[in-house]
Design a protein around this ligand. Structure first.
Ligand code: ADP
Length: 493
């Protein structure tokens, strides 16, 4: 077999709709796979918030109906082709004509609808993928649905599934009443070796059990989740997958994140003229009203403001950081307690701490390019893309050694002159402060800093390697599919 076909299903895909790293991955991995010869089609919901630029370019394909428990719901199907990848959009204004992507009371029903719709569209569009690639809890129920509703339908026979967990923290746990009412399943699936989880329904657990392969997005996180506490009570279920559970490091889209061509930033630059980078710092200082001291170290944060990202450590030593003469720019939305904390500090230190309480992709790019250091002291981190984007822009990361941060940020060692970042191990504010102060010490030595920036901007965290790893698993899975098909053929004769 020389060509493999894949349906890639995700609840967010950049540039159409994005909340976090899942969208970046779903926007860039399929493109990389397509370059490797994979027939890859992406499917996502047609959200109201998708920019008009894309809505106008979408083409209506067809409509059909799916059953969600006792409901019979309309599915509009749209498509858009870009970079050799076909994107399908599942439309239903009742489920997706809402502000934002997540957090509604009927999330289970919304994404059950999405999942049933993309499974049932396959014969209608005459696309029979070798593999369906699922992502996070929103699409995790697909392999169980294939087992429950489509087993006897020849069209779906032997389609293999790979399930990627981008964050084990968000599992899609719902009261057991959804089992019949929304999922339309019989109680035979409500068992410890099935979808049952502490007397609730857990969609991620079903995804792990019923998928042929399961992975997460960095080798270290794949190891960490095999035990408590990062296993989030699913460590044993993951361990049971054995070699069918593994870690593949995420990549970034090097064309999209490229300081040499990025139209969002104040001044383009590359490794040959890295000295131009400072104009981006000046741009930020002027646009945001930061103190005019260009020499003062500037730390950036672009993040969801949630516990996972280590904000309690930042709360603990923010005064110390500011008293050290370091300035900060923080872009993010999330938990009220962190939003309030940054709001308070920014009024106390008006030109020293700028807090932008919004989601703004353009401003994110300006920050990656304009700051000297990027702070990401995560409590846990499945992969983390922000540190990779920072490195691509020659901005040095300060991170906690966990998950993908540990796999991607090599700490600078001045004795053997290796590494390019600043790291700490224990989840502890003083250790973080120590790492920040160490970074500032080298920042104050321009020749060392310049060398580290050069090192960072030269690194390659594109999909080159990781897309091939996914491809290997697709081949493995479709090989199993072909073996199964040959066996059936043999039995029939
Ligand atoms: P996670 O997926 O846990 O949120 P990642 O580091 O994997 O974290 O990916 C986060 C992505 O979302 C990055 O591309 C980052 O730039 C982007 N992002 C996060 N917050 C914002 C924001 N407020 N505005 C713009 N982009 C943001």
């Amino acid at each position: 077999m020389d060509k493999v076909s894949v349906l890639f299903a995700a609840s967010e895909v950049a540039p159409f709709a994005k909340v976090g790293g899942l969208a970046d991955v779903a926007g860039s991995l399929p493109k990389a796979l397509s370059k490797l010869g994979v027939d890859v089609r992406v499917v996502m919901p047609k959200y109201k918030d998708i920019s008009k630029i894309y809505l106008d370019k979408m083409e209506y394909v067809m409509h059909f109906f799916v059953d969600i428990g006792w409901r019979h719901q309309y599915v509009g199907l749209f498509k858009y082709i870009s970079d050799n990848v076909t994107y399908y959009f599942i439309d239903n204004s009742y489920y997706f004509c809402r502000k934002g992507l997540y957090g509604y009371f009927d999330e289970c029903e919304q994404f059950t609808f999405f999942t049933r719709a993309f499974i049932e569209m396959l014969p209608l569009i005459k696309f029979k993928p070798d593999v369906i690639h699922l992502n996070d809890w929103q699409t995790a129920i697909a392999p169980l649905f294939l087992d429950a509703f489509y087993k006897s339908n020849d069209y779906y026979k032997n389609i293999k599934t790979i399930y990627t967990i981008h964050n084990l923290k968000y599992q899609g746990i719902f009261p057991k009443t959804v089992l019949e009412d929304v999922l339309g399943l019989g109680w035979e699936y409500f068992k410890p070796s099935g979808i049952e989880f502490y007397d609730n329904v857990n969609l991620m657990k079903a995804g792990i059990i019923y998928s042929d392969y399961v992975n997460t997005v960095s080798p270290t996180y794949a190891e960490e989740v095999l035990s408590a506490p990062l296993g989030e009570e699913l460590n044993n279920v993951l361990a049971e997958k054995g070699e069918r559970f593994f870690g593949i490091l995420n990549g970034i889209d090097n064309d999209l994140f490229n300081p040499a061509t990025d139209r969002s930033i104040y001044q383009k630059y590359d490794k040959e003229n890295l000295s131009e980078k400072v104009k981006n710092k000046l741009g930020l200082i002027n646009e945001l009203g930061l103190s005019q001291d260009i020499k003062a170290p500037l730390i950036g944060i672009v993040s969801r403001l949630v516990d996972q990202k280590g904000f309690d450590l930042i709360v603990e030593c923010l005064e110390d950081i500011l008293k050290d003469g370091i300035n900060l720019v923080v872009l993010g939305t999330g938990d009220g307690k962190y939003e309030e904390m940054f709001r308070n500090y920014s009024s106390k230190y008006p030109n020293r701490l700028i807090f932008l309480n919004t989601f703004n992709a353009d401003m994110a790019q300006k920050i990656y390019a304009g700051v000297d250091m990027f702070l990401m002291p995560s409590h846990f981190e499945p992969c983390g893309l922000s540190q990779l984007i920072s490195l691509r822009y020659g901005t040095l990361p300060i991170v906690r050694e966990t998950g993908g941060l540990k796999d991607t940020v090599i700490p600078y060692n001045e004795y053997d002159d290796t590494g390019y970042g600043f790291t700490f191990t224990n989840y502890n504010a003083q250790d973080m402060l120590f790492a920040i102060r160490r970074a500032v010490r080298f920042y104050n030595n321009p020749s060392t800093w310049e060398k580290l920036m050069q090192r960072a901007i030269t690194l390659d965290f594109s999909w080159n390697t990781s897309a091939r790893e996914y491809l290997e698993y697709y081949f493995k899975a479709s090989g199993e599919k072909n073996n199964a098909e040959n066996e059936n053929e043999y039995k029939r004769h």
